[in-house]
Design a protein around this ligand. Structure first.
Ligand code: AGP
Length: 614
């Protein structure tokens, strides 16, 4: 949800900012803009609707000189995506420019108050209100820019990561955050600022993650200063990034999504590295081991998440209940936070989030914290807000996921949840040793099974051509593969814009079966498992109504060919691991259908990778 970048140092700021925006474009791509202050004290703002490439064209042959600047790529919340609503926004005098990621909830009250003082507003955004408030305070209190920002932030309600620059002040950027991420990169005589570390890593590996409700004072040639809203100095914790620039490139693939799908054999290896030996004799998830009494004493486990992470949570629910016999509830974070849920100190709450910045998930964590529960995070982005807001956790270690549609993070999340279930189950003695080893070994073998699925890339590409012009899709699965059906449908709808629904296969007959006719493609997930025969009966019901069946089945299943119109075969694995194996062909199917339709696969319309607004 909006990407922000800043730079101050000896280089020309514009190329650094543009490069940074390209890296952050996954966060929003409705408009882009930049503000530069040059040595002569002029403040230049260029912004336009569209993508970073549009900004690049727009600024071609314009004066983009200056060694200090801020830049923004927008995911629209207040005000439609157009040139005027694009960031940076100016204060009334044109002296102050600001970029913002988040939502100022009380913006209309502030706008009304400022209007009474003669302020007028060009845009429909909440951001413009905040920059005007900063100027109002600066002028009326005759205080420094830093003091004006601090004072303004004490009056706003909502979420923000902001960066502010001022005309006649080529040596200073003020930045701050609350509930939206912000990282400062420390170079040699230069500072970088960004929503995450991806724009920073090619310049420095030294970063400071700005804490919630902290303000950063970045001055040319001076030490970084961080303080809270009460002006108390904060501790500066310099971290070293473990991120390589190669991880941020497409590596020869046409899209990040395809690269990330094909990375899964490696990302599963990275995810289980150091956690399971090759023989599957043990599973060590250190965050669980270190807090085992919390998990052992848990009355129940509540998992909160959104989107794909919520689908992973449903698979985790099945694995934990099956192997550990601990009751598990899975909640949409956005519902959980507003429904006055019953949470007690002997509940364990697991928050799952790839980005670690999802606003609803963070709010659910906050709610759980206030209720005294122990909170465990499962995240991908190291140092992210969820990772820091939780008591303990486990990273999925799948590397940066840039494609907006989550793929490798999903399989990483399911892998971690399975390891968590195994760790707890052994501790509780609720799993037979043979079963434990078989699932643990299954995890170790997953990368080679996924390789086998990926070798069918061309076959799935051919299959995708048959369904490119379908208007609807239904995905069916049962047990562990019901969430896989939901995830398959989500992948298709978010990148191809084809309407798709996931259902538990047996639930069809209670209503949705009315939708079935010869025009309806139905993806039936039916690997060999304990309910295979039941799923086949559900497929029969679809076949009887002339639905077009694409069956995802276990290798060597010859019988299904008489029933299904098309088959995708996947290697046999443990039942609890089958959602990982079956998801890979569904990711490829969605990907190729979207490509056939000419969609922007990595940046589908209306979406953003990191949803930092509620
Ligand atoms: C996945 O393909 C989606 N783009 C989306 O549902 C995503 O999973 C959701 O927004 C949650 O994100 P998170 O895992 O970063 O919290």
């Amino acid at each position: 949800m909006c990407g922000i970048v800043g730079y101050i140092g000896g280089r020309q700021a514009f190329p650094v900012l543009l490069n940074g925006l390209r890296r952050l474009e996954y966060r929003g791509y409705d408009s882009a803009g930049v503000a530069l202050v040059d040595g002569s004290g002029s403040l230049k703002v260029y912004k336009c609707r569209g993508k970073v490439a549009d900004l690049e064209r727009f600024t071609d042959s314009k004066d983009v000189g200056g060694t200090i600047g801020i830049a923004h790529t927008r995911w629209a919340t207040h005000g439609e995506p157009n040139d005027v609503n694009a960031h940076p926004h100016y204060s009334q005098s044109g002296n102050i420019a600001m970029i913002h990621n988040g939502i100022i909830e009380n913006y209309s009250v502030i706008r009304d108050a400022l209007s009474e003082h003669g302020y007028t507003f060009q845009s429909a955004t909440d951001t413009e209100v905040l920059v005007q408030l900063i100027e109002y305070i600066r002028n009326t209190s005759r205080c420094s820019l830093l003091e004006a920002v601090r004072s303004a932030l004490k009056r706003v309600v909502g979420a923000y990561a902001i960066a502010v620059v001022e005309k006649d002040n080529p040596d200073e950027i003020i930045a701050a955050r609350k509930s939206s991420p912000l990282v400062v990169g420390l170079g040699d005589g230069e500072y970088f600022l960004a929503s995450d570390a991806t724009p920073i890593v090619e310049y420095t590996d030294k970063v400071v993650y700005v804490g919630d409700e902290e303000i950063v004072h970045i001055c040319r040639g001076r030490e970084l200063k961080v303080m809270n809203l009460d002006n108390e100095q904060a501790q500066i914790d310099i971290r070293t990034l473990e991120l390589s620039i190669n991880q941020l490139e497409k590596g020869g693939y046409p899209h990040f999504m395809l690269k990330e799908i094909h990375e899964q054999p490696k990302t599963i290896v990275d995810c289980i590295r150091g956690r399971i030996p090759a023989d599957g004799s043990e599973v060590v998830l250190s965050g669980v081991v270190a807090n085992k009494e919390k998990f052992m004493g848990a009355r129940r486990i509540i998992i909160v998440a959104c989107g794909t992470s919520w689908h992973a949570a449903l698979i985790g629910e099945r694995a934990i209940e099956d192997m550990c016999r601990i009751p598990v509830e899975v909640e949409y974070a956005s519902e959980f936070r507003y429904r006055n849920p019953v949470i007690s100190p002997d509940d364990v709450v697991i928050a799952i989030s790839q980005s670690g910045e999802t606003a609803d998930t963070l709010a659910a964590v906050e709610l759980a914290r206030n209720a005294g529960a122990f909170i465990f995070g499962i995240c991908n982005v190291v140092g992210s807000s969820v990772a820091r807001a939780t008591d303990s956790g486990a990273y999925i270690h799948v590397g940066p996921e840039i494609g907006v549609a989550s793929t490798k993070a999903f399989t990483g999340q399911v892998t971690v949840l399975t390891m968590l279930a195994l760790t707890l189950a052994r501790e509780k003695g609720t799993v037979r040793d043979e079963k434990f080893r078989s699932v643990a070994k299954g995890l170790v073998e997953l990368p080679s099974l996924i390789e086998k699925v990926l070798s069918q890339d061309d076959k799935i590409k051919d299959l995708s051509k048959i369904f490119t012009y379908a208007h609807n899709f239904i995905y069916l699965g049962r047990g562990y593969n019901y969430p896989a059906a939901l995830e398959g449908a989500l992948k298709l709808k978010e990148i191809s814009y084809i309407h798709a629904e996931g259902y538990p296969a047996a639930e069809m007959k209670h209503g949705p079966i009315a939708l079935i006719d010869s025009e309806m493609p139905v993806v039936a997930i039916a690997p060999d498992d304990h309910i295979y025969e039941k799923t086949v009966s559900n497929i029969q019901e679809i076949k009887a109504r002339k639905g077009k069946i694409i069956a995802v089945v276990s290798e060597g299943n010859a019988a299904i060919h008489s029933l299904a119109d098309y088959c995708i075969e996947v290697p046999v694995t443990e039942e609890c691991l089958s959602p990982i194996v079956v998801s890979v062909p569904l990711q490829l199917l969605a990907y190729y259908i979207a490509v056939n339709k000419g969609r922007n696969v990595d940046q589908p319309r209306n979406l953003a990778k990191s949803v930092t607004v509620e």
